[in-house]
Design a protein around this ligand. Structure first.
Ligand code: G6P
Length: 612
């Protein structure tokens, strides 16, 4: 959701800014723009529009922007419709300062009225524009970074900004409060970005800014300060994955590539997390002492979207093997509930990006109550990882497709491993039992590969169902969350109304929807609830619903109910969500492709929802 790239150095800024914006496209956006400083004319020039980067490129081919200092931005509209005027960069009244901004300024209305009274001239409907006018107001006899610091003290909300000024063209200023911002270190050049992929073509050495920090970049130096101007020293980090991992590598879409990466990710995760030739589970980066985890009596899981569905599976896992009461809520509810959390509660926050505003707010709420927070996260150094007491990295690599796939199964794998680990330290599972669980988990990569080898069949099935007007997904027990996730995948990328339901609840409502126009995906691998689910499928069949069943290889009985069966390899039912996810992702993917949808960047959605 929104993306920032900034450049200062010896090279022409325009291609670097455009490349950075393309790398950030996956986060979702509706408008884009860049600004550069042209020394010969001593002026800032902006090109921006509502639409995609390829349209911006067309304009820039005709009217290029020269200069070695600049900012770029992808906007995802919050205040003001997506149009050219509201697109970033924004400039002040005298066109001296240009600014890009991610996030929301909550008190922009009162600031705007004040600035209007003081004679500032506003062009857009955005909250962003108040920041550039505020900076203008303070930018009389002080350096740009000081005017930024003064302005920041008046802003309420969660945001990150990049600012340049033609009065001081040797610097680029950035600041963060609630939204991520990183500095990329180069030789005779430096970068500012909201997300690492934007700059990985140029450098892997980055500094993650902390809350309320302001950075001043020149081409060969960076200086970070707090809001009072006190210098802060931050170590740089080397990003371990490179841009190749963020390329499509011959796949038609990132989503398809990411679906196909799941077996290898799973294999690496298990190799990394299980000490060779033992049943010892290692979370090297996890800082909460074992003793504290051992004494945990309750767990509360918070997450959004797909990560919430992973959390729901986690609830089943942790309840069944760790014998703990586990509650779960979507972060946007959790953060506003009047929660009374016991001190022996562990809050588990799950997030691919580690920047989701509601999840961060939930975590902050828990921390306020002095509750221990463990996060499961995919992005190194993200805000969530820095605010939690402990972190378990999910190591799925960069996920570019807006609809989450590989990050989900990596979250599941980590939850299984954590469940086994916790049950072990609590003395609830013997090492033999843990080992048996790990052996079953180790089968997963090969079994996922077997599913992927049959993607042609799933694609053909998807094409037969691509024009159904609505879908219902049903599952029970651990695969009830799989049903929710399957439905979410479909609606996210194909825009077909889809609903996930626990099959046992069908009689309490959804059954009224069943007729021959309704496609019903029934998840029924071998399990102790198999016959219950079988009866539910019979009920659907007798009402004319069009059934797509997921069942275990060798299940011929299911064929009595439907000829549309996607077979899954055999696995202990406890681990079945790790397999079920794949055909459901492929089904959604191929339906969306058949319908001509923009799979990697579905309309209105953002990869990382950094505003409330
Ligand atoms: C957005 C994305 C989803 C993601 C959710 C939570 O809605 O489109 O794919 O599951 O945010 O994001 P997180 O980064 O916290 O996992």
């Amino acid at each position: 959701m929104c993306g920032i790239i900034g450049y200062i150095g010896d090279r022409p800024a325009q291609p670097i800014l455009l490349n950075g914006l393309r790398r950030l496209e996956y986060r979702g956006y509706d408008s884009c723009g860049i600004v550069t400083f042209l020394a010969q004319k001593n002026s800032l020039s902006v090109r921006k529009l509502a639409g995609k980067i390829r349209e911006l490129e067309k304009i820039l081919r005709k009217r290029p922007l020269r200069g070695n200092l600049g900012l770029g931005h992808n906007r995802w509209a919050t205040h003001g419709v997506p149009n050219q005027v509201n697109a970033h960069p924004h400039t002040d009244c005298s066109q001296e300062i240009a600014l890009v901004h991610n996030g929301i300024i909550e008190n922009y209305e009162s600031l705007k009225s004040q600035l209007l009274r003081e004679g500032h001239d506003f062009k857009s409907q955005t909250d962003t524009e108040v920041i550039v006018h505020l900076i203008e107001k303070f930018y009389k006899y002080i350096p740009l970074e000081e005017a930024v610091r003064k302005s920041l003290k008046l802003l309420v909300g969660s945001f990150a900004i990049g600012v340049i000024s033609k009065r001081e063209p040797e610097k680029l200023v950035g600041a963060r409060q609630g939204s991520p911002l990183i500095v990329g270190l180069g030789k005779n050049e430096n970068f500012l970005a909201s997300d690492a992929p934007a700059i990985l073509d140029y450098t892997k050495e980055v500094i993650f800014l902390e809350e309320s920090e302001v950075v001043t970049l020149t081409k060969d130096k960076i200086k970070i300060t707090d809001l009072d101007g006190k210098e802060v020293i931050r170590q740089s980090t080397k990003i371990s994955w490179d841009i190749v991992q963020a390329e499509r590598q011959g796949y038609k879409h990132f989503m398809l590539k990411e679906i196909n990466e799941q077996p290898i990710i799973m294999e690496h995760l298990l190799e990394m997390r299980i000490k060779k030739d033992t049943s010892q589970i290692i979370f090297a980066e996890q800082k909460i002492p074992e003793e504290k985890l051992k004494n945990i009596k309750h767990i509360f899981i918070v997450a959004c979207g797909t990560a919430y569905h992973a959390g729901l599976v986690g609830k089943y896992i942790l309840e069944s093997i760790c014998k703990l009461p586990v509650q779960i809520d979507v972060s946007s509810e959790f953060r506003y509930r009047k929660l009374v959390l016991d001190e022996d509660t562990l809050v588990i926050a799950i997030s691919q990006s580690g920047e989701t505003a509601d999840t961060l707010a939930g975590v902050r709420e828990a921390k306020k109550q002095k509750i221990l927070v463990l996060s499961f996260c995919n992005v190194l150094g993200s805000t969530l990882t820095r605010e939690s007491d402990g972190v378990i990295y999910t190591h799925a690599g960069p996920e570019i497709g807006v609809a989450s796939t590989k990050a989900y199964t990596a979250q599941l794998a980590c939850l299984y491993l954590f469940g086994l680990y916790l049950a072990g330290i609590k003395g609830l599972l013997s090492s033999t039992k843990i080992n048996a669980g790990l052996q079953e988990l180790k089968k997963v990569p090969k079994l996922q590969e077997a599913i992927l080898r049959r993607q042609g069949e799933i694609a053909a099935l998807a094409r037969r169902y691509a024009y159904f007007g609505s879908f219902l997904y049903l599952g029970r027990n651990l695969n009830y969350p799989s049903a929710l996730e399957g439905a979410l995948k479909l609606k996210e990328i194909s825009y077909i109304p889809a609903e996930g339901y626990p099959a046992g609840e069908m009689k309490h409502g959804p059954i009224a929807l069943i007729d021959e126009y309704r496609a019903v995906v029934c998840i029924n691998p071998e399990s102790r609830v198999y016959t219950k689910m079988f009866s539910n499928i019979q009920e659907i069949k007798s009402r004319g619903g069009r059934i797509i069943a997921l069942a275990t290889e060798g299940d011929t009985k299911i064929k009595e109910l439907t000829k549309e069966v996607i077979y899954l390899p055999k696995i202990d039912e406890f681990f079945s969500p790790l397999l079920v996810a794949l055909p459901l992702q492929l089904l959604a993917y191929h339906i969306a492709v058949k319908r001509g949808c923009d799979v990697d960047q579905p309309r209105n959605l953002a990869k990382s929802v950094t505003v409330e």
